[in-house]
Ligand binder design. Structure first.
Ligand code: SAM
Length: 277
């Protein structure tokens, strides 16, 4: 038995699976959990791979730590999406963090991840019962939340792809609200899809962000389970130089994939994409 995710142009990612553990239709999306032969559990939303438990750090580390290590003092962090708990787990490795607010639209993703995925180390369960010391969970739309809140040092968008509930998270209006919601200095980071297969979506998001943020950066990382390389976009408010990170601080985090000492290698982007940018 296999789980196959088809990308555009007939390109796919496949896992051999031992069994399907669960399939549920939530108010927003179809959630599936499988046990794979070689990569632990697989979480899929609307047929797209969100993570495999043996390999998810290849996504969550490059999503979270470059921004957290480029910011001089990231104390208040907002995560939009991230219902599997991987992003908040990585954010909480930074001792200076005082508060993390996670806004996830779909409570079912959190409940299923807490019970069947288990990459969060118990954080989700605590947040669900409002007992986490630093993490606060809000079940709601990140688009609405950002219109009404501010005061964040780092904003991380760990969303599904820009269709369905995540579509507005890639709009110019949302970027404007995110810019306003950031402290100065502040950093915004979002996953931005497959460089090769969602090139247009990536270019569109980059161009919109250029209109809003003081500086915009892009980088990519090979992620297990996704059609690699996977793109990330960064928007800066104020004077942060995202090409530089605190590598000494990074060494203490015990990372497995992203190497803060080799931060500059993140910016290896296929030349034809750079020319398009
Ligand atoms: N790592 C994953 C990836 O790139 O495929 C993303 C993981 S996380 C499970 C994505 C989450 O974003 C989903 O649980 C989904 O419910 C949430 N999401 C999508 N749109 C959202 C919105 N507008 N506000 C808050 N959360 C949203």
């Amino acid at each position: 038995m296999e789980f196959i995710e088809w990308y555009p142009r007939g390109y796919g990612v496949a896992f051999k699976v031992k069994r399907k553990i669960l399939e549920e239709q939530s108010e927003y999306q179809k959630i599936e959990v499988y046990e794979t032969e070689g990569f632990g559990k697989l979480l899929a939303i609307d047929g797209t791979v969100q993570l495999v438990t043996e390999g998810e750090k290849s996504y969550h580390e490059p999503l979270v730590h470059p921004a957290m290590l480029a910011h001089p003092n990231p104390r208040r962090v907002l995560i939009i999406g991230g219902g599997d708990g991987g992003a908040i787990r990585e954010v909480l490795k930074h001792e200076e963090v005082e508060e993390v607010i996670m806004v996830e639209i779909d409570k079912k993703v959190i409940e299923i991840s807490a019970k069947y995925i288990g990459i969060d180390g118990g954080i989700l369960e605590k947040m669900l019962s409002d007992k986490h010391e630093k993490g606060k969970l809000i079940i709601g739309d990140g688009v609405k939340f950002i219109e009404e809140n501010s005061g964040f040092d780092v904003i991380i968008v760990d969303s599904t792809d820009p269709v369905g509930p995540a579509e507005m998270l890639f709009s110019e209006e949302f970027y404007k609200n995110a810019y306003r919601a950031l402290n100065d200095p502040g950093i915004y980071v979002t996953q931005a899809g497959s460089v090769y297969l969602f090139t247009d979506e990536f270019l569109t998001a980059y161009r919109k962000m250029r209109k809003v943020f003081d500086k915009v950066y892009y980088y990519s990382f090979p992620v297990i389970g996704y059609a690699s390389p996977w793109a990330f976009l960064v928007g800066v408010k104020g004077s942060i130089d995202f090409m530089k990170v605190d590598a000494e601080k990074g060494k203490k985090l015990g990372l497995e994939y992203y190497d803060p000492d080799k931060h500059e290698t993140l910016f290896q982007m296929p030349r034809y994409i750079v020319q398009m940018l």
